[in-house]
Design a protein around this ligand. Structure first.
Ligand code: PNS
Length: 169
C-alpha cells in the first residue's frame, strides 16, 4: 500500500490545492491531506475549520475516494512515520517555491530516513493561486469562482469580511 501525505496550511484550501490532491490520488493507493502548523503564518481559519473546508471542497471532486483529511500539530516527519507514509507530496507553483521546499524535503528526509518528497508542478492556469491571494481577493469582494471550491466560497468571503470589520480603520 503506497501512502502519501500532502501537508499544508490550507488557510483556506484553493483550487490549486485540489488539483494537486486529485493528481496525487491518481499516483498513490491512499493520500492523507494533513492540516499542519506553519510557524511563519497566522491563521484566518482554525485547524478544525480548515479540515472541514477541505472535506467540503473535496466532496465536489471526482477521483478522490482514496483521500482522507486529518490535522496534526507536531512534526511532519513524525506524522508521516506514524501513518505509514513513504512519501510527502508538495505542489510547486514557481521557481521561487523551490528553494524553501527543497530545504524542507531535506529536513524531512533527515528526520525520517527514507521519507521522500514528490513535487507536482501547478497547472499554469492555477499557478498564480495561493491562500494569501484568495484572502486578498476576498478582502476586495472579488468573486472567488475559479479560486476556491464553490462549496466554501461564502465561508471565505464571510470570514474575511468579519476580520475586516474588526480591523477597519
Ligand atoms: O502550506 P504551507 O504553509 O506551505 O505548509 C507548510 C507546512 C505546514 C507543511 C510546514 O510548515 C510543516 O511541515 N509544518 C509542520 C512542522 C514541521 O514538520 N516543520 C518542519 C521541520 S522544522
Amino acid at each position: 500500500m503506497r501512502i502519501a501525505v500532502y501537508p499544508g496550511s490550507f488557510d483556506p484550501p484553493t483550487l490549486g490545492h485540489l488539483d494537486i490532491i486529485r493528481r496525487a490520488a491518481a499516483q498513490f493507493d491512499r493520500v492523507i491531506v494533513c492540516v499542519m502548523f506553519n510557524s511563519e503564518k497566522s491563521g484566518l481559519f482554525t485547524p478544525a475549520e480548515r479540515v472541514d473546508l477541505l472535506r467540503r471542497s473535496l466532496a465536489e471532486q471526482e477521483g478522490v475516494d482514496n483521500v482522507t483529511v486529518d490535522r496534526d500539530s507536531g512534526l511532519l516527519a513524525d506524522y508521516a512515520r506514524r501513518v505509514g507514509a513513504s512519501c510527502l507530496v508538495k505542489g510547486l507553483r514557481r521557481v521561487a517555491d523551490f528553494e524553501s521546499e527543497m530545504q524542507m524535503a531535506d529536513i524531512n528526509r533527515s528526520l525520517a530516513p527514507g521519507l521522500d518528497t514528490l513535487f507536482l508542478t501547478a497547472r499554469p492556469e492555477l499557478a498564480f493561486l495561493s491562500s494569501t491571494i484568495v484572502k486578498e481577493l476576498a478582502r476586495y469582494r472579488v468573486d472567488l469562482k475559479g479560486a476556491v471550491a464553490d462549496a466554501i466560497e461564502r465561508d471565505v468571503q464571510a470570514r474575511v469580511g468579519e476580520r475586516l470589520a474588526q480591523t477597519q480603520i
